[in-house]
Design a protein around this ligand. Structure first.
Ligand SMILES: [Fe+2]
Length: 548
């Protein structure tokens, strides 16, 4: 007999089977491991008379092992009394009375031979019931001949076997659906995360989103992502912690656990599921977690961090293999993303380093403009932020400003450092530097969006600038921002032909030229900037020049 106790399909199946047995005129018995039994559902008076009698209890005790150990065979208990085991009790039939071993459910069939049996006489005797009166109360239509009883017993056995088979298939189908639902959730989350895994987007935002979605799909009280503290590329990222909205936790406390868990994991690469988090021996962990699921994040044997979460929201349900498999899949995708973040950080810092080196090379052509590109980049960045541009655009303005004078590579040093007034030919040479700069950058794919700042930083709001004589909003935004920062630095620092102007005069000049040389809206924002970082930078550059 197939046993799938407690399964919802089994419960439904056993209910239906019991109903059919009653319809066939059979009573249904629940036989406990000690041989005692109860009648279940509908039954007739004679069933109750027999089953609740002492002789029946004695007979059941003597046939107990036969019934419990060979549940596929029927038992002829007395003449005209047959027991046909059908299945193991479901949870509602067992009702929690026997947590160790579930009772056997059996059909009880009565044949007409029982009427003349000595066992019925003993039953009546034990129950102090008159035998003739008792027999008179029997439903004679429901009593079968011996051959009918045998045939019905056979049919019930077939029916029970088919029903058990059906129940087992339903159980398998239910499990399969459950697994499919888990796989679907896993796939849809992996797809969703993979579409968000664009490394030049802020990784902190991605990690927060991934953490929240993973917590919800796995159904945890909280989930956190601890990144390896030994990895400098993660220095700017904080630990995201996502918590079930109905729970209140000390988020800082959960964050503090992360580094200790990394130590406790001791470079282990496989996920672990702990039904009792205390076994890890991490002090204070018990305040946040009863059970814990830890998934190491690693690529090519390199530890990148770990994913750690606690306690399923559905009370009483522990972690399943589906949960740990899901976390392992998510951890795998997250690890690849983190590896790409590190590669991107490496490339980005190399790119930045190259641009800084380039700007230093340009400025070095003229000792008076040393540090000019870095200062223009700093001011352009401050102005972009104050003007409300998004982080990504601010970063690109900064880089564009860093290389805005790259075209000066093509201008002779003698012209750049000439103390007196330039001749027309010399000035024409200088005026070519925005276009030369744009040509230098035009073949570098990653710097295409920096070109407008390089090409147009000498345009003027009134159209009197160069190289294209653009006016107003026709001048690209990068050009308007960098042009303003460039003019500010030119006025605020010493040049071969004059000393630096005082800050208040420089700002007066910017106000005066607002709407003429400069974009008036940007000029308004500009004069309110905090120039402390700029002045500090000027001091640094002076110190460098003095020590050179
Ligand atoms: Fe310039």
């Amino acid at each position: 007999m197939t046993q799938i106790i407690g399964h919802p399909e089994h419960t439904a199946f056993s209910g239906r089977l019991r109903q059919r047995l009653n319809e066939l005129g059979a009573a249904v018995l629940s036989i406990k491991p000690d041989g005692t039994c109860d009648l279940l559902g509908d039954h007739r008076w004679e069933h109750s008379l027999i089953v609740r009698s002492a002789p029946f209890a004695v007979a059941m005790k003597s046939h107990r092992s036969q019934l419990l150990n060979n549940t596929n065979r029927r038992v002829n208990l007395w003449p005209g009394l047959v027991l046909v085991p059908t299945h193991t009790a479901s949870s509602n039939e067992n009702a929690g009375n026997h947590p160790g071993a579930a009772p056997i459910i059996a059909a009880l069939l009565l044949g007409n031979e029982i009427l003349n049996s000595e066992q019925l006489a003993r039953v009546c005797d034990a129950n102090q019931t008159d035998l003739r009166a008792a027999i008179a109360k029997f439903d004679m239509n429901a009593l079968m001949s011996q051959s009918e009883t045998n045939r019905l017993a056979q049919v019930i056995q077939w029916m029970a076997r088919d029903a058990a088979d059906l129940s087992w298939r339903l159980h398998e189908l239910h499990d399969l659906s459950w697994e499919l639902a888990g796989s679907y959730e896993e796939l849809s989350l992996l797809y969703k995360l993979s579409t968000s895994m664009i490394v030049d987007h802020p990784p902190q935002a991605f990690l927060e989103q991934a953490c929240a979605e993973m917590r919800e799909v796995v159904g945890l009280r909280w989930l956190a992502i601890q990144l390896s503290p030994d990895e400098p590329g993660f220095a700017d990222l904080s630990v995201p912690v996502c918590v079930d909205s109905h729970s209140s936790y000390d988020l800082a406390g959960i964050r503090k656990i992360g580094p200790q868990l990394i130590q406790a994991m001791n470079n282990r690469l496989e996920p672990i599921v702990l039904d009792d988090a205390r076994v890890l021996g991490v002090p204070g962990l018990e305040q946040f977690a009863h059970s814990l699921l830890i998934t190491p994040l690693h690529v090519d044997g390199k530890q990148l961090g770990l994913l750690y979460g606690a306690d399923k929201i559905n009370a009483g349900s522990g972690f399943s293999t589906v949960d740990s498999k899901l976390c392992a899949s998510l951890g795998g995708s997250l690890s690849i993303y983190l590896k790409n973040v590190l590669l991107y950080e490496d490339m980005h810092s190399m790119f930045l380093g190259t641009l800084h080196a380039l700007s230093i090379t340009i400025d070095a052509k003229d000792s008076y403009t040393q540090g000019h590109s870095e200062r223009v980049a700093l001011i352009s960045k401050q102005l972009s932020e104050a003007a409300g541009l998004d982080t990504q655009t601010v970063d690109r303005v900064y880089l564009s400003a860093l290389v805005h004078d790259v075209g000066k590579i093509g201008v002779p040093e003698a012209v750049l450092t000439k103390p007196g007034k330039l001749t027309k030919e010399e000035y024409d040479l200088v005026k070519k530097h925005p276009e030369t700069g744009a040509r230098i950058l035009e073949d570098i794919r990653q710097m295409q969006d920096l070109i407008p700042g390089v090409l147009h930083h000498h345009e003027s709001w009134d159209g009197r600038g160069y190289p294209h004589g653009l006016a107003g909003l026709d001048i690209p935004l990068f050009g308007r921002i960098i042009g303003l920062a460039d003019a500010f630095d030119a006025m605020s620092s010493d040049r071969t032909y004059r000393n630096a102007m005082p800050m208040n005069k420089v700002l007066d000049e910017i106000r005066r030229c607002s709407g003429k040389q400069f974009d008036p809206q940007l000029a308004d924002v500009f004069v309110k900037l905090d120039f402390t970082p700029y002045l500090n930078m000027i001091e640094e550059h002076h110190d460098l020049m003095r020590s050179a």
